[in-house]
Design a protein around this ligand. Structure first.
Ligand SMILES: NC(=O)c1ccc[n+]([C@@H]2O[C@H](COP(=O)([O-])OP(=O)(O)OC[C@H]3O[C@@H](n4cnc5c(N)ncnc54)[C@H](O)[C@@H]3O)[C@@H](O)[C@H]2O)c1
Length: 338
């Protein structure tokens, strides 16, 4: 008989694990979290209490002893390949938090080995499930703003206070693979690809504004899409106060789509019919829900064989864009993404 629930281990009981757990509770009733794993025993124990699952210190031991069909890997970027390989050897399905890897060759190994192991892999990119982005894509297709002429993505990220004696792993290039572009920037690059198609080439400049952080905390890039449209990606990570700015602005020959940031999170459409702007949707709630919706999609993929909203290979696009930006910083030239 077909399984109706997916027994899952949550691995890495840090920041994003809370968002995944909240999402599972609200939107992914077919996921049954049976185990949690963290090398930090206290983190594992406390998260196990929250979740009502068994705590493990070792992923291998969890997969050997636990009742687990699938694993949600939420580890520092330099642990992604290791974690995926451990799961593949144990024939467990995998959700892997973004970025898929820190470089393209590792990402390709992670993708290929899932196929060889005969397990299902999803790269968690919750922006795929942001309803405002999905709706904006539909409006563009309907011609609501005419022909797209340019677009911009603005990622202004307030950084939480950190302990300078115990810096976050994200601040280390060896553990993170880069700064804001390869990391949170993925949530802005994915929607740009969803709305405008594949990115062909980029030219970028980056800056380091936070001395403790080895990767870039500022990135400015021009993206040329395969369609010929030129857009921009601006990313700023700051410990200071940040004023309001929209997430995305798509400009067409007849109007604009603006996806606002923050609690309002409105999708606004400006065109001849709506010169003052139409509030198409307020998508803040859907953004918050996106973690649960993505995990529900993973459960359907494993249990029912329903295709994911985006296959894991699609995540190569964000990684390749960030890496092409880094190449461009070195060469001072336009760099191809693919
Ligand atoms: N989608 C999003 O919005 C989003 C947001 C934040 C983080 N992330 C991603 O989630 C992943 C984790 O990030 P985070 O912010 O939660 O990090 P974090 O540092 O808060 O948590 C990572 C946890 O992994 C544990 N860990 C490290 N090595 C381990 C091992 N070998 N076995 C078991 N546990 C181990 C650490 O002890 C830590 O508790 C990264 O890929 C990151 O990019 C995604």
């Amino acid at each position: 008989m077909a399984k109706t629930s997916l027994k899952m281990a949550m691995v890495g009981c840090g920041g994003i694990a809370r968002a995944h757990w909240n999402g599972i509770q609200r939107h992914a009733p077919r996921i049954d979290v049976t185990a949690v794993v963290d090398v930090d025993e206290d983190a594992a124990k406390s998260f196990a209490e929250t979740v009502g699952a068994r705590a493990y210190k070792s992923l291998e031991r969890c997969l050997h002893e636990g009742n687990v069909d699938a694993v949600d890997l939420m580890l520092p970027h330099d642990m992604h390949e290791w974690g995926a390989d451990v799961c593949y050897r144990a024939k467990k399905h995998v959700v892997l938090e973004k970025p898929i890897a820190m470089d393209v060759l590792t990402a390709e190994r992670i993708l290929n080995r899932a196929k060889h192991a005969g397990v299902k892999l999803m790269v968690a990119e919750q922006a795929q499930y942001w309803m405002d982005v999905v709706e904006a894509r539909a409006l563009i297709d309907q011609g609501a703003i005419g022909e797209v002429v340019t677009a911009r993505a603005c990622f202004y990220d307030p950084l939480k206070p950190f302990d300078s004696d115990n810096l976050p792993w994200r601040f280390s290039l060896a553990k993170s693979g880069g700064g804001i572009s390869i990391d949170g920037g993925a949530h802005w690059i994915r929607p740009m690809r969803m709305m405008l198609g594949e990115i062909d080439e980029v030219v970028a400049a980056t800056g380091r504004f936070i001395p403790e952080m080895e990767g870039e905390s500022i990135a400015q890039a021009i993206l040329r899409f395969e369609s010929g449209v030129i857009g921009t990606f601006q990313a700023v990570q700051s410990t200071g106060r940040l004023g309001p700015i929209e997430d995305f602005r798509i400009t067409g020959s007849k109007g604009e789509i603006v996806i606002e940031r923050g609690r309002e999170g409105r999708l606004m459409l400006y065109n001849g019919e709506h010169p003052e702007g139409k509030n198409v949707m307020s998508a803040f709630e859907s953004k918050a829900a996106s973690y649960g919706v993505e995990l529900a999609d993973f459960a359907k993929y494993v249990l029912d064989d329903t295709p994911l909203a985006a296959p894991p290979e699609y995540a190569l696009g964000e990684l390749r864009t960030a890496i092409a930006m880094y190449r461009s910083v070195s060469t001072g030239r336009w760099e191809k993404v693919w």
